[in-house]
Design a protein around this ligand. Sequence first.
Ligand code: ADP
Length: 378
Amino acid sequence: MKKSIEKVLVINSGSSSLKYQLFDMATETRLAKGLVERIGCGGPATHAEALKQVVAELGDAAKGIDAIGHRILHGGETFRDSALMTKANMAKAKKLVKFGPLHMPANLGGIEACERTFRGVPNVGVFDTAFHIATMPDCAGMYAIDPKYYKKMGIRKYGFHGTSHKFVTQAAAKFLKKPLSKVNLVTCHLGNGSSLAAIRSGGVVDTSMGLTPLAGMVMGTRCGDIDAAAVLAIMEAEGKTPAEMDVILNKKSGLLALAGSSDCRDICAKAAKGDKAAELALEMLAYRVALYIGAYNTIVGGADAIVMTGGIGENSSEVRERIVWRLGALGVKLDKSANKVRGELKAISAKGSKIPVVVIPTNEELMIARDTVRILGK
Ligand code: ADP
């Protein structure tokens, strides 16, 4: 008989940090969590060394790990679900490094380090794009440019935060007491990076991020949706290279450019003191979210619920209120008192609201651990 998978280590191996959580999946409880920072810049020299530090920190808890789940940024169109990272799958994943030159080598390096450190323990890759790419139709996923760019370079929409959207979709189905295959939702992951997903019959039919996480919402440091011609105009006028423009759009735009901080708490505090730039930044953020909720409600054929998650979605009553009052045409009504909730699962819409609005704390690490168990049980 196959040994059941109980003790699961979850690894999020980034370019300069390695986050981990250890779960007992018999009860879905977290046994340990930690973070190794400054890899390659003052701390451990490599991801393998960082992993040694993790083993040391875990002590006895590092014994008897049944499986390891890894967060991986990009699965392209190759990975439509999480997958056991065999030699063949590692080779396929390495072909996708072009989609995430910064993150993918670190993600895959984390797997290779685990193969050496935890000999014989299976590694499962959980891709941030897979939940979207599994079911998103071409009418939502393709860009209206010459299809040769899709064929040659894979230029299309992939979407990100899939693990979070999947977790809250499952949690929302449970909350609504509906089978997953019958649930229609608009899920809003609002954090430092933000994305919305349109969920029809339990699967993604559209999402706001694109080829990269730059598209869609107004984010901490990313501009989100912008006329591509505006980008070209800036490049031309200021003689910027593509690499310089990448930094401007991904790291120096969004809330940071509009109001001087990428942290939504700072912006809320400034707006409360009457800072006009901060006020406009919050309105732009909320407007864009409401715009997409309206669109996605149409696309899913009427949502059973609107879900708010991520650092802002879970905690900021202020931002939620600025979004929800814009949804009057959908018959959505806010319960101001319920909207005070922070970091807990709770409906924040009033009784008469046509669509419930629900705050659901996300748990990407637990989702990765659940997928790891599911993949190995196949
Ligand atoms: P990441 O995308 O990096 O995982 P998070 O999901 O943790 O980020 O979200 C971080 C964002 O959440 C920050 O902009 C932070 O200001 C915001 N946030 C957290 N708590 C609050 C709050 N109480 N009010 C407003 N914003 C908040």
